[in-house]
Design a protein. Structure first.
Length: 161
């Protein structure tokens, strides 16, 4: 499958990475379907209402917003990681970049270090934190339907008929 690739050059590192359309919304939707990423709910509270015991979610629980914010941050980090992994697949590292990655591995030897060389290159050499945010936004915007892309797809579809 051929993907249209768009260059993104980091102002911080000067490295160019290639980006293609990736739906960030689709990544988040699929992530939410995984049991470990289910959105947390507030705790239950038991109340006495008109002489009857009622149990319901306590949306006013003072600890819930903080715990939900922690989940949201981790959830967004995981979705971003999954998008960056997809982009790592299309990077073609030069011999110089491969050597730099191998030297990094040799010197750093950190536990839990990323195993994939392309992904390690993206994180350690090519992209700053701001670049990651920009690349995610850029890739997601390429996946968004626009009038121009709809017309382009429609003309390509009609040409095949």
């Amino acid at each position: 499958m051929t993907r249209k690739l768009y260059p993104y050059t980091s102002k911080g590192t000067g490295e160019t990475v290639y980006v293609f359309a990736v739906s960030f919304v689709a990544i988040m939707d699929s992530l939410k379907r995984e049991p470990e990423w289910a959105e947390p709910q507030p705790p239950y509270v038991t109340m006495d209402v008109a002489g009857q015991t009622v149990t319901e979610r306590n949306w006013g629980d003072p600890d819930f917003p903080k715990s939900h914010a922690i989940w949201q941050r981790k959830f967004n980090e995981e979705a971003t990681l999954r998008l960056i992994k997809r982009l790592a697949m299309v990077q073609n590292l030069t011999e110089e970049q491969k050597t730099a990655v191998n030297e990094w591995r040799e010197v750093m030897e950190e536990p839990g270090m990323v195993k994939n060389n392309k992904l390690l290159w993206l994180y350690e050499f090519a992209l700053t934190d701001k670049d990651i945010e920009n690349v995610v936004t850029f890739a997601a915007s390429l996946a968004d339907p626009t009038e121009e892309r709809i017309q382009e797809a429609a003309s390509g579809f009609q040409a095949k008929i």
